[in-house]
Design a protein around this ligand. Sequence first.
Ligand code: SAM
Length: 276
Amino acid sequence: MGAKPVVKWAGGKRQLVYKLIEYMPKEFKHYYEPFVGGGALLFELLPKKATINDVNDDLICIYRSLANEEYYHLMLNELDKHEFNHSEEYYYKVRMMDREPNYKSLPIWVRAARTIYLNKSCFNVLYRVNSKGYFNVPFGKKEKINTYDKDNMEIIHYYFKTNDVTILNGDFAKAVENAKAGDFVYFDPPYDPLENKNSFTSYSKDNFTRDDQERLANLFMELSKKGVYVMLSNHNTSLIKELYKDYNIHIVHAKRVINSDSNGRGDVEEVIVTNY
Ligand SMILES: C[S@@+](CC[C@H](N)C(=O)[O-])C[C@H]1O[C@@H](n2cnc3c(N)ncnc32)[C@H](O)[C@@H]1O
């Protein structure tokens, strides 16, 4: 039985998940998701052998807490505390925590619960940091909040505990170093900005540059040579079409729900690229 993401993530793949399943290989050995984000596909598939990664350490604290018996219960206690104390003033107090010098040395379940709480109670349910790396989304004005679905959390906790899942927190290239023939890698990077000025700034927001898109395309090619099944999603832009012209490009339509710029909402063309 599949599970749902525990956070809503910009670029979350919840609505595309069945398309992704349609295009993924029917059989594979080890599953890799180097840009895991909210992990929509991971939690739908719950693969027995997996390596997941994200450069965002607040997010990785959540998965590491979910994977550890003690941390898991401590994280749920923290979430209950956040729900009980929830108010606008409390939200801003919790939001401030990452401005404190000791933030990175706080227990990971504390950081995990903070990230989930902010994700559920902030405006537009998204994760965004400023240039200093501080979370800066305003209060979402909800009076009461529910930070987790216990049954869903239990499924994910059980999944991490009973399967061979490696959780990494670094760059995407390092995460697939051990991928071998017959393994499957799903790349869902920060998207190449659409060719209109509204979304152009997203380069700097995610700090994922054109060079990174090219570095990723080279890695896609190297993995292909090794016999690894690779699938990638991105916007249907001229850069992406050029970078992946030697592979199968499937066009799909998606509704963007999370976008800090409301003009960026609506139907957009995305691609699912496969090397098989
Ligand atoms: C489009 S999102 C992934 C969404 C995810 N598939 C989901 O369903 O929620 C891209 C993710 O890549 C991460 N990221 C950005 N640069 C990265 C890098 N160089 N290496 C690894 N992860 C990176 C971001 O933190 C973000 O979580």
